[in-house]
Design a protein around this ligand. Structure first.
Ligand code: 13P
Length: 249
């Protein structure tokens, strides 16, 4: 039985004051939740998360990481630095990183490796654009993105990682993949991993992301291969995020 994970991706939102208020509400809502809960914040707020969440069940992480260990990479943040701020998770390959910041499959794979090397749990984001879906290329795109990581890191590396399927056309648009659409891709991801290592695939958590709201979360999370969610906009509203966590159990 895979324990569900609901992770908030705050993207480039927040302030010290707003974060403190949001985290207070989250902490108060934690008792009774069965699922694991995490928040992924902008880098400058990781110290605040460490201070406010260290003695709670809420885990935290970053939204990206350098593929390099250290050196002359102005503006970058290494995986070891994220560890110093108590991060458990780091998003790699979010579609906004891929499309707006030019991260290729190879760069995403290198970031995945860098995260794992220091014990961070990468949340590997995969997903097709609307044009790719309409061209019938969803399975091919998601497989290509996944294979880039498996080829570089080896399938065994997925044992200490999480996958998130986030169709680009559903991110921030209010258009969610239907539970059946999401389930179909999640099952295909699990099958691809199972072809290499069935036991590992069985334990792999695959999150769905893209316009998850309190109204649609339960139906999505009820699908066999959906093991929680990666939440954008709704993660900034305490009541909504907690309602989504409750839908996960
Ligand atoms: P929304 O929930 O705002 O659609 O964002 C999803 C996302 O990109 C999470 O990483």
């Amino acid at each position: 039985m895979r324990k569900k994970l609901v992770a908030g991706n705050w993207k480039m939102h927040g302030s010290l004051q707003a974060n403190a208020a949001l985290l207070e509400r989250l902490k108060a809502g934690m008792p009774g939740l069965q699922c694991e809960v995490a928040v992924c914040a902008p880098f400058p707020y990781l110290a605040q998360l460490q201070a406010l969440l260290a003695s709670t069940q809420v885990r935290w992480g970053a939204q990206s990481v350098s593929e390099h260990v250290s050196g002359a990479y102005t503006g970058e943040v290494s995986a070891a630095m994220l560890c110093e701020f108590g991060c458990r998770y780091v998003l790699v390959g979010h579609s906004e990183r891929r499309s707006l910041f030019g991260e290729s499959d190879a760069v995403v794979a290198a970031k995945f490796v860098a995260a794992r090397e220091v014990g961070l749990v990468p949340i590997l984001c995969l997903g097709e654009t609307l044009a790719e879906r309409e061209a019938g290329a969803t399975a091919a795109v998601v497989s290509r993105q996944l294979d880039a990581v498996i080829d570089r890191a080896g399938v065994a590396a997925l044992a200490s990682a999480v996958v998130a399927y986030e169709p680009v056309w559903a991110i921030g648009t209010g258009v969610t993949a239907s539970p059946a659409q999401a389930q179909e891709v999640h099952a295909a991801i699990r099958k691809r991993v199972a072809d290499l290592d069935a036991g590992l695939a069985e334990g792999l958590r695959i999150l769905y992301g893209g316009s998850v709201k309190p109204q649609n979360a339960a139906e999505l999370f009820a699908q066999d291969d959906i093991d929680g969610g990666l939440i954008g906009g709704a993660a900034l509203v305490a009541d909504d995020f907690l309602a989504i966590c409750q839908a996960a159990g």
